[in-house]
Write a protein that binds this ligand. Structure first.
Ligand SMILES: NC(=O)c1ccc[n+]([C@@H]2O[C@H](COP(=O)([O-])OP(=O)(O)OC[C@H]3O[C@@H](n4cnc5c(N)ncnc54)[C@H](O)[C@@H]3O)[C@@H](O)[C@H]2O)c1
Length: 331
């Protein structure tokens, strides 16, 4: 708050586990408009390791770090998102909170309201939105009638505090809701617990008021990593591979049959366009956007209302899964 355009934004990180360390890595390289002040983690050892690695301070308490910064990145486990973000916003700090925004829609709304009332930038870490390919996708996609998304990851051994829907599927839900400009009118979803206390695989079917359909599948138990989205719209089938950031657009499909004396041959032709994508580091783009918003140089591309809507659909998917899973034996 109260920053001049030439001032560097003093930023700290709260929670420096896996994701917080990625934030530290990027922040330490953003010299121009940012002063990476320090970190705070309830695990003092983690704070010390990261502080030493990036030659910054570590703070003993949350109050200490908040006294020394204009803005924070929060990367604590999801179950603490609400309490930590509420505190940082109430201390008038611009806040970039890792996804998901919170565990309930009421909590999400409260955070958005506090930020609005205090004129703070409050951004949720929907990092996929900052991939060059997703930015391009938003220029190409126009009134889709079907979106199919797959996000499969290998298992990571950790004490999960959420299922795969809040962990992975939320990225695709956010993107789908940004591409289909209509309200969700029907949700059906199924899931299965396999290794954690929550659903580890899930599949959701969404129907929108304008008739569009989205089918989203996520897994954190896959033997390979796949992140892909296929979009069908009038006269185009668009295929995005998030891993390589390649976009192919298929158009003008035609099928023909050739009948000879011996056999019938089927021929299918399509024109394929390959879109040139600027491949930047998405987390860097996300953090630069956060800083530019704080400095008043641009407006947030994802609004608080978007974040609440994404969480609300995500929670409805989880409810749909849980209703069916209650009848299933956990193994
Ligand atoms: N945007 C993405 O693609 C993406 C990817 C992975 C994780 N995440 C999100 O990032 C968050 C963190 O995930 P992670 O994998 O880094 O977890 P992690 O367990 O590796 O790290 C969490 C860190 O927070 C610390 N911590 C816990 N409670 C704290 C508190 N109250 N105050 C300060 N520090 C605290 C822990 O000691 C730990 O070091 C999760 O909400 C997750 O959903 C986002």
């Amino acid at each position: 708050m109260g920053l001049n355009s030439n001032d560097k934004v003093k930023v700290g990180i709260i929670g420096v586990g896996k994701m917080g360390t990625y934030h530290a890595n990027v922040l330490s390289a953003l010299n121009k408009d940012v002063e990476f002040v320090g970190v705070y983690d309830i695990n003092r050892k983690r704070s010390e390791i990261i502080a030493r690695r990036y030659n910054i301070k570590y703070f003993e308490t949350m109050d200490d770090i908040l006294e020394n910064v204009d803005a924070v990145c929060i990367a604590v486990p999801t179950k603490y998102h609400f309490e930590v973000a509420k505190k940082t916003l109430e201390e008038d700090k611009h806040t970039l909170l890792e996804k998901p925004i919170a565990r309930t829609v009421e909590e999400a709304r409260e955070l958005v309201k506090i930020a609005e009332e205090r004129g703070l930038i409050f951004q949720v870490g929907h990092v996929e939105r900052f991939k060059g390919a997703v930015t391009e996708l938003r220029k190409i996609v126009n009134d889709p009638y079907l979106i199919e998304a797959r996000r499969l990851s290998p298992w990571i051994n950790k004490d999960w505090d959420t299922g795969v829907v809040l962990d992975l599927m939320i990225h695709d839900i956010d993107i789908v809701l940004s591409l289909i400009k209509s309200n969700v009118v029907h949700i059906d979803a199924v899931g299965k617990r396999v290794k954690s206390l929550y659903e580890d695989v899930a599949s959701a079917l969404l129907q929108f008021e304008n008739g569009a359909i989205a089918s989203i599948t996520s897994s954190r138990l896959s033997e390979t990593r796949i992140r892909a989205m296929a979009i069908s719209q009038d006269k185009a089938f668009i295929y995005l591979n998030f891993e390589t950031q390649d976009i192919n657009i298929y158009r003008g499909a035609s099928a023909s049959f050739f009948v000879s004396k011996k056999e019938i041959t089927y021929k299918h032709e399509t024109i394929v366009e390959r879109v040139l994508v600027q491949k930047e580091n998405a987390l860097k783009e996300e953090l630069v956007h956060f800083i530019e918003c704080i400095k008043g140089e641009t407006k947030p591309i994802i609004t608080g209302e978007d974040d609440v809507k994404t969480l609300s659909v995500t929670i409805d998917i989880i409810k749909s899964i849980n209703k069916k899973m209650a009848k299933e034996r956990v193994w």
